[in-house]
Write a protein that binds this ligand. Structure first.
Ligand SMILES: [Zn+2]
Ligand SMILES: [Zn+2]
Length: 324
């Protein structure tokens, strides 16, 4: 038998044993096709064709995947071809399949290759991004002024059907850090869980959650240290994070509304106690109704309190007048 026939026989015998989770779909002289399936999303089809002067030149490789990025597949093809140069004159198919299989196993972050490239474009020089393939995590440090947040993003095996895992530490006040992490988790959750009311006839398909989550962190961290109080117009957070008020009942504690605008606690109380009350108090910046955990009284109660305070003030003024 010829060289190619011998190699095809060897491939038929060994391929599925050597590479776990692979399936030999086609194995004839015109085409060898192997499917490698690591997880639902990490699937790759390796198509191999013998060139005329095989094995003196490299076997022709074409990689296909419905879930992995084309850019990644192109790079992987080049890297595999490079590796096969050691195999000139020798059988190459099993080596190629093993190389590609090892790459997918050892690089779990390959399932979000394009998203990582986009994050790298969006961060600044002072920020850092580190990829840890061994733990399937992305370590992002975002810096703005004297503030920073370190975010550890875990890419699960079933990504993107499962959302990215989020852990963070920062030098923002605790309520701001809770907000940052909470909102990021929420944006990731929305990518993989169908909305409660799905329009009839529509089916939900999970979306990649890494980029939306990173986007949120990047944009929020840029803005947060410069945001001002909606009433007194002073910057909410101090320049030095050490000076930030961490006591949540202190008058200068910085409160965040659901619309994302800021108030000092005292400024919020003053604003909520001041008319107009009709239709509920609205954010001076965006006009959205103010909802805040520390402020749950109704419009009517606010109005009654206001009227009562005004009456009391007039009384006091009258008393003061009487003494003049
Ligand atoms: Zn204020
Ligand atoms: Zn607002």
């Amino acid at each position: 038998m010829g060289f190619i026939e011998d190699e095809l026989e060897e491939v038929k015998k060994l391929c599925e044993h050597l590479v776990q989770g692979c399936r030999l779909v086609t194995c004839v002289k015109s085409m060898v096709r192997v499917e490698i399936k690591k997880t639902v999303t990490k699937c790759i089809v390796v198509c191999l064709q013998f060139p005329e002067d095989y094995p003196s030149s490299i076997i022709l490789i074409e990689l296909k995947s419905k879930t992995l990025s084309d850019k990644l597949l192109n790079k992987l093809t080049v890297a595999c071809e490079q590796d096969l140069k050691k195999q000139f004159g020798k059988p190459q198919i099993l080596k190629a399949v093993q190389y590609i299989n090892n790459f997918i196993s050892e690089n779990p972050l390959c399932s979000c290759y394009d998203e990582i490239a986009q994050i790298k474009k969006e961060i600044c020089e002072r920020d850092t991004i580190k990829l840890k393939q061994k733990t399937s995590t992305i370590h992002l440090k975002l810096v703005e002024g004297n503030y920073f947040i370190k975010v550890k993003l875990l890419i699960p095996d079933e990504y993107p059907s499962q959302s990215v895992g989020i852990e963070a530490s920062s030098n923002f006040p605790p309520n701001m850090e809770r907000f940052l992490v909470g909102q990021a988790k929420e944006s990731a959750r929305k990518c993989v869980e169908p909305p409660l009311r799905l329009p009839p006839g529509k089916t939900f398909c999970p979306l990649p959650s890494l980029l939306p989550c990173a986007h949120f962190f990047i944009s929020a961290v840029r803005v947060l240290p410069r945001q001002h109080c909606q009433l007194c117009k002073r910057t909410g957070l101090p320049t030095d994070p050490e000076d930030a008020q961490t006591s949540e009942s202190a008058s200068d504690h910085v409160e965040r509304l659901y619309c994302n605008h800021l108030f000092h606690l005292d400024c919020l109380i003053t604003y909520m106690k001041t008319p107009p009350f009709e239709g509920g108090k609205k954010c001076p910046d965006c006009g959205e109704r103010i909802y805040h955990d520390k402020w749950r009284i109704s419009d009517k109660m606010a109005e009654a309190r206001w009227a009562h305070q005004e009456a009391r003030k007039r009384e006091l003024e009258d008393v003061a007048q009487a003494f003049l």
